[in-house]
Design a protein around this ligand. Structure first.
Ligand code: SOE
Length: 380
């Protein structure tokens, strides 16, 4: 019998569902040393919290996040609320000695993120920030190929995250889901919400980013605010493009927007090295494109590797070779890694400190767009 690990989930939105689903599934597919127990869910509206608890099997619900932290039985506090509340909850959870899982981005900005890192490191608690795309098997495989040196020296890293859900001027700011358009709740727009994913994956695969040069735009300048009912100025970036220099000498090129009509969540990256290149596309997430110049010329070309064999990252735990998995599985992988490392007293990447490095890149990107000049990235 595995030891039980009581989870207190704060936030019952989209991310609350992905994390709950992962805790429910992880023990069925991975040999984990703990059995997650859904002890309590917390959300602002009592009716919704109650319904969420019933649907996912949480033992109880509350509308006050302090109760989750004060609950002696809760071992892990899982933070799935808007970005402006991450810091307060994480710091309180750290002081209470809880392990912490926090949705991305770490915080509203680097100053706040640093306070969180100081608090969790002082308390010595296990911590993880949920940059889930690292744990798409094809993305993990890309990292393995790079680490094996197959690409040789890396010259270029290119990534996009394109969406189109805020083109209508009728989409409000504030409220469930649309808090992402309210700068007070989100801290930034596509930079913190979408580019943070790309930056996290990029630095994991290709090392630290040293300097950036960016431009941003807010296409819709005013939107109705759900909380005030008034039309208010929009403070987030709707689109952001930036260039960067990685510390290893390679050049980066990143773009994100919520105004790319026809694209819902098109996260793509391509990495070009001396010997080989790799490319990946979230809309075809189980495939990794690979080109190796060392192949014999008569058969040289882009291969499309179907990442489903049991020797591919995480895939041995799922079905049989050839059968795919999807988006929600990335959170199951994250939970599996976290539980295994927790038992061994080992950190799970990305830790709060690693996510702070991503936050510092986001800060530099926003500063560069504002100041219209290259900005150096602070080291975490
Ligand atoms: C925004 O639409 C969003 O839900 C992000 O908040 C997530 O992090 C991303 O994975 C998908 O898009």
């Amino acid at each position: 019998m595995n030891k039980k690990l009581n989870v207190g989930l704060i936030g019952y939105g989209f991310m609350g569902r992905t994390h709950s689903n992962a805790y429910c599934k992880v023990g069925h597919f991975f040999d984990v040393p703990y059995e997650p127990v859904l002890r309590v869910v917390c959300g602002l509206e009592e009716k919704v919290a109650k319904a969420f608890a019933e649907q996912w099997g949480y033992e109880s619900y509350t509308t006050d996040w302090h109760k989750v932290i004060e609950d002696d039985k809760v071992d892990v506090v899982d933070i799935c609320v808007p970005n402006n509340v991450h810091a307060e909850i994480a710091i309180a959870a750290a002081k209470a000695g809880k392990a912490i899982v926090c949705e991305k981005p770490l915080a509203l900005n680097g100053v706040q993120g640093k306070k969180m890192v100081d608090a969790i490191e002082k308390a010595g608690v296990a911590n993880l920030v949920s940059f889930n795309y690292r744990r798409v098997p094809a993305v993990t495989l890309a990292k393995m190929l790079i680490d094996e040196g197959r690409l040789g020296r890396i010259f270029h890293y290119r990534a996009n995250f394109l969406q189109d859900w805020t083109i209508s001027t009728k989409v409000p700011q504030g409220g469930m889901g649309t808090w992402r358009l309210d700068v007070k709740a989100a801290g930034s727009g596509v930079t913190g919400d979408l580019l943070a994913h790309c930056i996290d994956t990029a630095m994991w695969q290709n090392g630290p980013i040293g300097s950036v040069c960016a431009m941003t735009e807010t296409f819709v300048k005013e939107r109705m605010h759900v909380e005030t009912g008034k039309v208010e100025a929009v403070g987030i970036d709707d689109a952001c493009t930036f260039f960067c220099r990685f510390d290893n000498g390679s050049l980066g090129n990143f773009e994100s927007t919520r105004y790319a009509r026809g694209h819902k969540a098109l996260y793509t990256f391509e990495i070009n090295g001396e010997h080989a290149s790799i490319a990946w596309d979230l809309h075809d997430l189980h495939r990794l494109s690979y080109f190796d110049h060392r192949d014999e010329s008569i058969v040289r070309g882009w291969r499309s590797v179907h990442v489903t064999d049991s020797d591919m990252p995480y895939m041995g735990n799922w079905w049989v070779p050839g059968l795919q998995i999807g988006y929600e599985h990335t959170f199951v992988h994250q939970a599996a890694d976290f539980l295994v490392n927790l038992a061994k007293g080992k950190p799970t990447s990305p830790t709060f400190r690693e996510a702070l490095a991503t936050q510092y890149v986001c800060d530099a990107v926003l500063a560069s767009a504002k100041n219209q000049k290259w900005e150096k990235v602070k080291k975490a």
